[in-house]
Design a protein around this ligand. Structure first.
Ligand SMILES: Cc1cc2nc3c(=O)[nH]c(=O)nc-3n(C[C@H](O)[C@H](O)[C@H](O)COP(=O)(O)O)c2cc1C
Length: 324
């Protein structure tokens, strides 16, 4: 997630920590301003305004360069360093970073060892991996190579690079990996609902969950999951709550051009629309607009119509379908 989404979703709550977008490390030691660009929270002791720590994510294959940049991020106040061994993007793999390295457990080990040695002991180093590049044959080797490098925990996106983002996520492999290492293993992939979280916990054998797109689609998903576990009271977000968050994002992005802003907002609306018929309606009403005034007028109209509907009908904007 970028800075703006991190601010918004951590203001909703329920999250222990979040991670920056990856800083691609390629033969140079970046100046402080680069780390501050990826992680403006460094100016706030590495935390969002809500107080949630933000870990700095690095991607690369050169142990020396990765170590130098990790040490720099730590010296700037990064609460933890996360190493990316899961990114499937072609350009990334060509420059030897991300999931391509899952074919070479010894390289994972070298990178993680160098980073662990370079970063002060009080700053955790973690890694995130997929189950493999083309197949899962090295999944346990890769996890053990990272553990023996001294990392503090491992997040596993339960798919290979070749499997991309195609459901299902193979949570049963997280259980296998968990059984083969001592460090905590965080389960990731296809957790969109509280039911998914419960099922993932049962299959993967851990309640340490990393949520990606599910939190973008449902910003209160972490709270919902915690309520399910009996960890706190929480009333699910209603349509108006989503709209308030949405408007806050629009305000934060006031420096973008009209086209950039409306594209970005439509992207988020699209995620909201996946589980909310009301938001799907809002998405339909704004999808053709590329300029701020028309876009925001359509948003206001949708909100007024929804409020009107709520007053006219059940007193709640959320339909029975959504509630169920
Ligand atoms: C737009 C986008 C950006 C992502 N960026 C990263 C990244 O920088 N580092 C990383 O390890 N994974 C990244 N991922 C993968 C997610 O962290 C996660 O592993 C994947 O989406 C599966 O989890 P989910 O089903 O909860 O989304 C990204 C995914 C998406 C959709």
């Amino acid at each position: 997630m970028d800075f703006h989404l991190r601010e918004l979703v951590t203001s909703v709550g329920g999250i222990n920590h979040c991670v920056t977008e990856f800083v691609r490390v390629n033969q140079q030691l970046y100046p402080a301003k680069v780390f501050h660009r990826y992680c403006p929270e460094l100016a706030n002791q590495g935390k969002t305004l809500a107080g949630t720590p933000v870990h700095v994510q690095l991607l690369g294959s050169d142990p020396v360069c990765m170590a130098e940049n990790a040490a720099k991020a730590a010296s700037l106040g990064a609460p933890a360093i996360d190493l990316n061994f899961g990114c499937p993007a072609k350009t990334v793999n060509k420059s030897q970073g991300g999931a391509v390295l899952l074919q070479y457990p010894e390289v994972l080990h070298q990178v993680a060892t160098a980073v662990r040695k370079a970063v002060p002991a009080h700053v955790p180093v973690s890694a995130k991996m997929r189950l493999g590049f083309k197949d899962k044959s090295l999944a346990l080797d890769n996890a053990q190579a990272l553990e023996s490098a001294g990392i503090q925990w491992l997040t596993v996106h339960a798919r290979t690079k070749t499997e991309g983002y195609k459901p299902p996520a193979h949570w049963e492999w997280i259980e296998k990996i968990r059984a083969s290492v001592q460090i905590p293993v965080l389960a990731n992939g296809e957790i969109w609902t509280t039911d998914n979280a419960i099922r993932c916990e049962a299959v993967a054998g851990t309640n340490l969950l990393m949520i990606g797109r599910g939190l973008v689609a449902t910003p209160d998903l972490a709270l919902r999951i915690r309520r399910q576990y009996g960890q706190l009271e929480h009333t699910d977000f209603q349509f108006r709550d989503y709209m308030i968050l949405f408007k806050r994002l629009a305000e934060r992005l006031d420096y973008l051009t009209d086209k950039q802003l409306t594209d970005r907002l439509k992207q988020w609306l699209h995620y909201f629309a996946m589980h909310s018929p009301e938001m799907a309606e809002v998405f339909r009403s704004v999808r053709t607009f590329r300029e701020r005034p028309a876009f925001f007028t359509a948003l206001d109209n949708a909100l007024t119509a929804a409020d009107q509907g709520a007053t006219d009908q059940t007193g709640s904007i959320v339909s029975d379908h959504h509630r169920s």
